[in-house]
Design a protein around this ligand. Structure first.
Ligand code: PMP
Length: 418
């Protein structure tokens, strides 16, 4: 049977929706975009939704009283409903639009954290977290006198849950963990982590920035307390993200930012906050990016997250094979069955930045560095890795090209050193 016919989706047909993927770079080299963990590209359908909003429906939201504002508000609220359904949240009011995962996590650290975390309390993160899910807790610890602990990883890049159990205690207030590591690709056992954290009386924040576009998010199945995502990592514009939390938690939390829209009433010396979700959406929200996020969700749903995940596993398997064939390549992260479409590696004798630069000359966009995970790189014993990351628009041919380009790059380095 034709190998393509056995794929869960048709990447060539989908690529046609992404104008940027058919561009050439440098001197007419076709672009091979392997940096979707940094940010995904956008399909025409999302770009069209943005253009259509600006051309026909754009005004500020919720200030109502005129036709165009009602149109814009309807589209903005439809996008909120799309997000609610996408993450299986029980209520629309629990979906807070922010400007990204970073802001969502900072909102929790500032609002929930300042109100609930005291000297001697403990917060547990993991050594594989992105700086976005480390620094806000460090800042909270500085403000509150709380103590930070970190779940270690084994040599496969998986969390050591027995060590997690030892860290948990009646002092633990919050466990902050990513659903998928942006470097190792590890798919973390969120339901299990939540079960253990809740048994100890702690809440759980899930950084779903790297999972939301690649596998289903079900906040009720996870039973987590806070979930953060970024639009730009799931086909939507930059500048929009989401914080989901349970209504009773959000109701009890003080507002994060103060200003317009988040109030019911203001006097010169006091204010009364608005109801959810407005209470956490001070100022003019990211109206058009949020509408773009709604269109991105429609696009992803039309393909299906199960198919996307299954296809990414095929790409990841091929990447492991071609990298092994290059020789002298060390891949970090877990075995394939527990790995998302993210592969970080080092090449013997070649710095990660040089790897990225040599691949770029052949049109292949990868990322090199610490990927905002300095503590994880310290644990891995390297200062930098090269990272390839996939989405449904990548092809097996592109992965094969990566293998050939890496072999060439190694050759260039050998010659330079000789
Ligand atoms: N967490 C993880 C796991 C990430 O990969 C990223 C983005 N690289 C972030 C958080 C931060 O997301 P943003 O920059 O969109 O706020």
């Amino acid at each position: 049977m034709d190998a393509l016919a056995t794929l869960p989706l048709d990447p060539q047909a989908l690529r046609a929706d992404f104008p940027i993927l058919s561009t050439t770079i440098h001197d007419n080299v076709p672009l091979v975009y392997l940096d979707s963990a940094a940010t995904t590209q956008r399909p025409r359908q999302v770009i069209a939704a943005i253009v259509d909003t600006y051309e026909r429906h754009y005004a500020n939201v919720h200030r109502g009283i005129h036709w165009l504002s009602d149109q814009s508000t309807d589209l903005f609220e439809e996008a909120r409903e799309s997000v609610r359904a996408f993450i299986n949240a029980p209520a629309r009011e629990e979906v807070i639009f922010t400007h990204g995962t970073t802001e969502s996590i900072n909102l929790v650290a500032r609002s929930w954290g300042d109100a609930n975390v005291r000297t001697g309390d403990e917060i547990i993160a993991t050594v594989m977290e992105h700086h976005s899910n480390l620094v806000p807790w460090q800042q909270l610890a500085e403000r509150s006198g709380a103590v930070l602990r970190h779940i270690p990883i084994d040599d496969n890049g998986e969390l050591i849950l027995d060590e997690f159990d030892k860290l948990l205690s009646e002092r633990t207030r919050l466990v902050a963990v990513s659903a998928v590591s942006n470097v190792l690709g590890t798919i973390n056992p969120i339901e299990e982590i939540v079960r253990r954290a809740h048994a100890a009386g702690a809440l759980v924040l899930v950084d779903a920035a790297q999972s939301a576009a690649h596998m289903p998010t079900d906040v009720q199945r996870w039973n987590a307390d806070f979930v953060a995502i970024s639009g730009h990592k799931m086909l939507a514009p930059t500048g929009v993200g989401v914080l989901w939390s349970r209504r009773e938690l959000l109701d009890a939390m003080p507002p994060f930012l103060g200003g317009g829209s988040m109030i019911r009433r203001v006097k010169l010396d006091s204010f009364e906050p608005a109801d959810l979700p407005a209470k956490f959406e001070a100022g003019t929200p990211p109206i058009v990016p949020a509408i773009g996020l709604g269109a991105a969700i429609d696009y992803i749903n039309a393909i299906g997250l199960e198919k996307i995940h299954a296809y990414e596993q095929i790409l990841t398997r091929r990447a492991h094979d071609v990298l092994a064939d290059v020789g002298g390549v060390k891949i970090f992260g877990p075995p394939l069955e527990n790995k998302a479409g993210i592969v970080s590696f080092t090449v013997e004798g070649v710095h990660a930045h040089d790897v990225a630069q040599l691949l770029d000359r052949q049109g292949i966009a990868v990322r090199a560095g610490h990927h905002c995970t300095m503590p994880l790189h310290k644990r891995l014993g390297v200062t930098a890795t090269a990272r390839v990351s996939f989405y449904f628009y990548n092809t097996l041919d592109e992965i094969d090209l990566l293998g050939r380009a890496l072999a060439d790059a190694k050759g260039v380095f050998r010659r330079r050193k000789a």
